[in-house]
Design a binder for this molecule. Sequence first.
Ligand code: SAM
Ligand code: SF4
Length: 328
Amino acid sequence: MLIDNHGRTINYLRLAVTDRCNLRCNYCMPSEGIDFAKNDNLLTIDELIKVSRILVDQGIDKIRITGGEPFVRKDVMVLLRELSKMPRLNDISVTTNATLIGPHIDELKELGIKNVNVSLDSINRETFERITRRKQFDTVHNNLIRLITEGFNVRINFIVLEGQNEQDIIPILDVMKHYEVSVRFLEEMPFNGGSKNFGFIKWNYHAIIEHIRKTYPDFKKLESPKTSTSINYQIEGHKGTFGVIPSFSRTFCGSCNRLRVTATGDVITCLYGKPKANLRDILRETKSGESVSNTIIDVIGKRAKTGFEAQKEHAKTVFNNSMTSIGG
Ligand code: SAM
Ligand code: SF4
């Protein structure tokens, strides 16, 4: 079992399989001039499988595949097939923009991969295209409905962006009330490749909740797992639920069970901190699984207590990194 220096059990790996993406969401990356990693610097599929096996042996029982857009990577299904054979893995999940998942839906179902998070920040075509800077609205909509109707456990990630999509908060709840999905509203974080530096966000947890309360005064709070980052609610008469993720306010650090590995093998022990080691270099230099597991034990033994503490590792308050390299 992996336990950090603050007594928190680490059992959840967020594994980014690529830093590339076919969308250009404006809260995630700049429209152009992005410094993507060279192909040689990305973990190969064999390395991703190896790292996953080592971490599962150490006690990871949940892996979320993320990116960049995971399905941009042509061989991502090879990894998912291998993960689905690991008996100690209780939960394999995917976070996707739902543009390229269509051809893989049947196989995901066969592999028993049920948890799919879909990023969708607007139900209005124009707003969607303005935010993502691409024309993929119909594909995303069709794949989302297909995932829901095929019985996947779908959660929608909706980042509330000042001046961009706040008018869609209520409409997305109205549309989704007919479906068993969870709509999770996320606070925006300053990771879009470096142009943002905010000490304050308008759409924080309280503002989102109060906005929803004006239309739906009687929602009730739901019990959530201790390690959940979302605070979840149910509106009467709605099939699904909604949640708010205070990703900027960071009220969930006390129960954080996560470890992140980026597509280039960087180990991130806190989203707001700096990478602590590089597993690709260790694997390629030493060819030793033991060196990888020792590194993991070492970095987990030195974790920052909170995101605010980790943030001090950065010299300035502007984060140059983009979510596309970290994986969310
Ligand atoms: N491409 C996939 C997707 O969009 O779902 C997976 C990668 S994306 C980086 C993972 C998650 O990070 C998405 O839910 C996205 O909305 C979220 N994200 C990206 N930039 C963010 C930001 N600046 N603040 C908060 N969440 C962000
Ligand atoms: Fe791509 Fe996901 Fe970032 Fe949007 S949030 S640009 S879909 S990686």
